[in-house]
Ligand binder design. Structure first.
Ligand code: FES
Length: 115
């Protein structure tokens, strides 16, 4: 079993996660706020994240929550993936507003804006 460092890009928070646990349970173990927690089993879709860097091992994810296109873009359910290297992730969906608000950044109406 290996341990990797996971960075939540929106908050800059980091936590360690083992290769034997999901990105979600690694974060939960440390009591961090960031990825929303629901069913922990791939059924509710609230823990949706986008992996921007790093390698992960994926378990089957429902197409109700992650489309083929999303998966190609690196979007996954945090409760269904385990790290295989250090990982950078972004929170997606409902929780993003809350997470971003912590930093006092722009409002959620600015989605998709780039440099
Ligand atoms: S917590 Fe429900 S899908 Fe991940």
């Amino acid at each position: 079993m290996s341990y990797y460092e996971v960075l939540i890009e929106e908050t800059g928070e980091k936590y360690r996660c083992s290769s034997a646990e999901s990105l979600l349970s690694g974060m939960e173990r440390l009591g961090k706020k960031g990825i929303p927690v629901g069913c922990r089993g791939g059924g509710c879709g609230v823990c949706k994240i986008k992996v921007s860097q790093g390698d992960i091992a994926k378990r089957v994810m429902s197409r109700d929550h992650i489309s083929e296109f999303e998966e190609e873009q690196g979007t996954v359910l945090a409760c269904r993936v385990k790290p295989l290297s250090d990982v950078h992730l972004c929170v997606i969906g409902k929780m993003q507003k809350t997470v971003c608000a912590k930093k006092g950044g722009p409002t959620d109406s600015n989605a998709g804006a780039a440099n």
